[in-house]
Design a protein around this ligand. Structure first.
Ligand code: MRU
Length: 397
C-alpha cells in the first residue's frame, strides 16, 4: 500500500494533481489554484493540451472538484477585508451556486461529480435553515467538500473487502487456490482518492494471497489500461497481463478467468451500468463464457433518479482523440531534464477526423443489468436474482 500512486495531493488549501497525460513515462504534479483550473483539468479541452484529461476516473473527478471548491471558499474566509459574498447567507448562495453549476458541467457521465455538487448545495441549505451565520455556513461547506475526498479512500477499502470476500465465497475457494480477474480501464488509486474500486478488489485479493493474475485491457483510445492500470499493477508488484481490447474473447477461450471486475461512472436504479467504452463487450463475452461480471462502485455512483441505462448521458469525445495515440517516443530517449520525450502520433489518414460522421467516439457504454452478476458498494453486495433482468439495489445504497 505504501507504494500506491497518488492522483491528488493536498497540503492545506494547496492542491496538486498528477498529470495523467504524461503517465506512465513521467510523474509530474500540476498545481490547481482556481476553480477554472480544476474545471479545465477535468475537461481539458484547451488547445495547448489538444486532447484528453489531466485527471479522470469518476471518484477522482468529484474529489478534485470538491477540493477546489473548498480551497476557493477557505481562501475567501481568510481574506481581510472579507469579500462581499460573505456578508450574508443569500450573498454566499449567489456566489457558490454558479461555481457548483460550472464544476458540474466539466464532464457529463460520471454521476459522482453531480453527487458531490448536490451534497455541498444540500449542506448550504441545511446550515442556512438552521439559522447559522454566514461564516459558520462557509466553514461548514469547506469541511463538507473536503469530506468528499477524504471519505473516498476508506470506502474503497470496504468495497474491495466486500467484493473480494464475495468472489472468494462464490468460487468456494480453498486454501492455496487463487483467482484470475480481468478488468477494464483504470479504477485504481489514479482514478480515486486511493486504493481504487475494481482495482481495489484485485489489490485486496492479492494482499490476501487469493489472486492468481490480473488481466487488463489496453482501453483505447485514452489507454487507461496500458498507461495507468499497467503502471499501478507494476508499482504494486501484482502479477498481471495486458491484452488488447480485441482479445477478450480469445482470453476467455484460452485461459481460466474467474471474474471480470469493473468500476462504474453511473449505475441506474435497475442496475444498468455506464462505464468505460469496451465494458459492454467484456460483459457480453463474460456471459457467453459463464464468467461472473462484477461492478464495484461507491454508493454515490448509484443514480436512483434514473430508471434504466437508456437515460444515462453518454459523453462523446472529439473525433481527433480517436485518431491520435499519445506516449513516449520509441526507441525511448530522454530530454536534458531526464524526462522521456512525449509524442502524439496520428494513426488515421490526415483530415479523417474533420469529416462529419467518419469517427464514432463515445467515451462510455452501458452494460445492461441482465449481464451483471453482482454490484458491490461500501455497504454490501447485491446479487441479481436468477432469471431476473434487474437488480434490487435497496440493500446496498
Ligand atoms: O473517462 P475516464 O477515464 O474518466 O473513465 C473512467 C472509468 O470509466 C472508470 O472505470 C470509472 O470512472 C470507474 S473509476 C473508479
Amino acid at each position: 500500500m505504501s507504494k500506491m500512486l497518488t492522483s491528488i495531493k493536498t497540503e492545506g488549501d494547496k492542491i496538486e494533481i498528477v498529470n495523467q497525460l504524461l503517465l506512465p513515462h513521467s510523474t509530474e504534479y500540476i498545481q490547481i489554484s482556481t476553480i477554472e483550473e480544476a474545471h479545465d483539468a477535468i475537461k481539458s479541452m484547451k488547445a495547448v493540451d489538444i486532447f484528453f484529461w489531466k485527471i479522470r476516473g469518476a471518484p477522482a473527478i468529484a474529489s478534485l472538484a470538491a477540493l477546489a471548491f473548498a480551497a476557493n471558499l477557505s481562501n475567501a474566509i481568510e481574506t481581510s477585508p472579507a469579500p462581499s459574498f460573505l456578508s450574508s447567507p443569500d450573498a454566499l448562495q449567489a456566489h457558490i451556486t454558479p461555481i457548483l453549476d460550472y464544476l458540474y458541467t466539466a464532464r457529463p457521465t460520471a454521476v459522482n461529480l453531480g453527487a458531490a455538487v448536490r451534497r455541498i448545495a444540500k449542506k448550504f441549505q441545511s446550515s442556512k435553515d438552521a439559522g447559522k451565520d454566514v461564516t459558520a455556513i462557509a466553514q461548514g461547506l469547506v469541511a463538507e467538500a473536503r469530506l468528499v475526498s477524504d471519505e473516498d479512500y476508506s470506502r474503497n477499502l470496504k468495497m474491495a473487502e466486500n467484493g473480494g470476500r464475495w468472489l472468494v465465497a462464490f468460487h468456494t475457494l480453498l486454501d492455496g487456490e487463487t483467482l484470475n480477474v480481468l478488468t477494464v480501464c483504470n479504477t485504481g488509486s489514479l482514478a480515486t482518492s486511493g486504493y481504487g474500486t475494481a482495482l481495489g478488489l484485485i489489490t485486496y485479493l492479492s494482499e490476501h494471497q487469493q489472486l492468481g493474475r490480473a488481466y487488463f485491457t489496453q482501453t483505447t483510445p485514452y489507454h487507461q489500461g496500458s498507461r495507468l492500470t499497467a503502471l499501478e499493477l507494476q508499482t504494486l508488484e501484482i502479477p498481471s497481463t495486458m491484452i488488447c481490447d480485441t482479445m477478450v474473447g480469445s482470453l476467455f477461450q484460452h485461459h481460466k478467468i474467474h471474474a471480470v471486475a469493473v468500476g462504474a461512472d453511473r449505475i441506474a436504479r435497475n442496475g444498468d451500468t455506464a462505464n468505460k467504452i469496451g465494458t459492454y463487450n467484456a460483459a457480453v463475452l463474460a456471459a457467453r463464457h459463464n464468467i461472473p461480471f462484477i461492478v464495484v462502485a461507491p454508493i454515490s455512483t448509484v443514480d436512483l433518479d434514473i430508471a434504466d441505462g437508456s437515460k444515462i448521458p453518454i459523453e462523446h469525445r472529439p473525433p481527433i482523440e480517436a485518431c491520435l495515440v499519445r506516449g513516449a517516443l520509441y526507441p525511448l530517449r530522454t530530454d536534458t531534464d531526464g524526462r522521456y520525450q512525449q509524442a502524439q502520433v496520428m494513426i488515421t489518414p490526415p483530415g479523417l477526423y474533420t469529416k462529419e460522421g467518419s469517427v464514432y467516439n463515445p467515451s462510455f457504454d452501458v452494460t445492461p443489468a441482465e449481464l451483471i452478476t453482482a454490484i458491490v458498494t461500501e455497504k454490501g453486495v447485491a446479487v441479481r436474482k436468477e432469471g431476473e433482468k434487474a437488480f434490487d439495489l435497496r440493500s446496498i445504497v
